[in-house]
Write a protein that binds this ligand. Structure first.
Ligand SMILES: O=C(O)CCC(=O)C(=O)O
Length: 295
């Protein structure tokens, strides 16, 4: 694994920003000190222990995998970590919203994968530059544990055709796979230490293999956007203002949850779920939900 790219006063330099726009990704970047990454992992695991059978309306996995920041304060806190936002500013500018925060978890020695895809395919936001994903490692991400693979400069493509596989071992809602054969030599393995992160553009082709290691592979995945981007397939969408101002009004603002799974936050979660699954499932060949089969 590589040492983190050196930031300048916590911010990306001009040449690092150029590299992001050239490659469609950038890594490994510092996100959290080791101790903080371990503390977030412990906090997540405490929620897993406390809430697995605690009468939640939906399976706990669902809340972890989609829009965790709406119902879990630690996910909101992680998504708005100042050191991460300082880096994101170099890509998006001073006004930053959290569009989504999700935990992508692969248990030890399991077969779950993520097929090669472009994130923006089903989000109804268009083929935009105003969204970037930070993939923050909370455990080691290596080829053995199923780290992500990126295809360099693939973000220069438009949204490409995808096929829905609905494969049960796929962590994506529709098992969507880009209709392009990606050669092994074109995959860049995104190895990260706990506390490091990668950034990727919403059109970058990426995926990941199974976790053959003895540890869990845990990532906090945060999608940041500029307030001027707009949902194109429905009247509303939701995002949390993390830094700066929103003078556009394109999003209903998500507040930080007061505690884990409060009745208010669960109600908001359902509202967002209804809107986003309607957008995401437009054109699906088989009925499913972005909140089903997620783990
Ligand atoms: O965690 C993974 O393996 C894939 C995550 C992913 O597809 C994403 O962050 O966009």
């Amino acid at each position: 694994m590589l040492d983190s790219i050196q930031l300048e006063d916590g911010h990306l330099t001009q040449s690092q920003i150029s590299r992001y726009w050239q490659d469609g990704f950038l890594f490994p970047l510092p996100a959290l000190p080791d101790k903080k990454a371990a503390a977030y992992r412990a906090e997540l695991q405490a929620i897993e222990a406390d809430w697995l059978d605690n009468g939640l309306p939906l399976p706990l996995n669902t809340y972890k995998r989609v829009n965790a920041h709406v119902v879990m304060p630690m996910a909101y806190r992680l998504a708005t970590e100042p050191a991460v936002l300082d880096v994101i500013e170099g890509i998006l500018g001073p006004d930053i919203m959290v569009y989504a925060a999700e935990f992508f978890i692969k248990e030890p020695r399991t077969r779950q994968i993520v097929s090669m895809h472009q994130d923006l395919t089903y989000w109804g936001l268009g083929a935009i530059d105003g969204l970037v994903t930070a993939w923050i490692a909370l455990s080691p991400a290596t080829p053995a544990s199923g780290c992500m693979d990126f295809v360099r400069a693939s973000h220069k493509n438009p949204i490409l055709p995808h096929d829905d596989t609905f494969d049960e071992n796929n962590l994506l809602s529709r098992g969507q796979e880009v209709r392009v054969d990606v050669a092994e030599k074109d995959k860049v393995a995104i190895e990260l230490h706990p506390g490091q992160m990668s950034l990727h553009h919403g059109l970058t082709i990426h995926g990941s293999g199974p976790n053959a290691s003895d540890d869990r592979r845990i990532a906090a995945v945060v999608r940041y956007c500029r307030p001027d981007i707009k949902q194109q397939l429905s009247d509303t969408d939701y995002a949390a203002l993390a830094r700066g101002t929103d003078t556009h009004g394109n999003f209903i603002h998500v507040p930080p949850p007061a505690a884990n799974f409060t009745p208010e936050s669960l109600a908001l979660y359902d509202q967002i779920r209804a809107q986003q699954s309607q957008v995401m499932m437009k054109g699906a060949k088989k009925t499913t939900s972005i909140y089903e089969g997620t783990s």
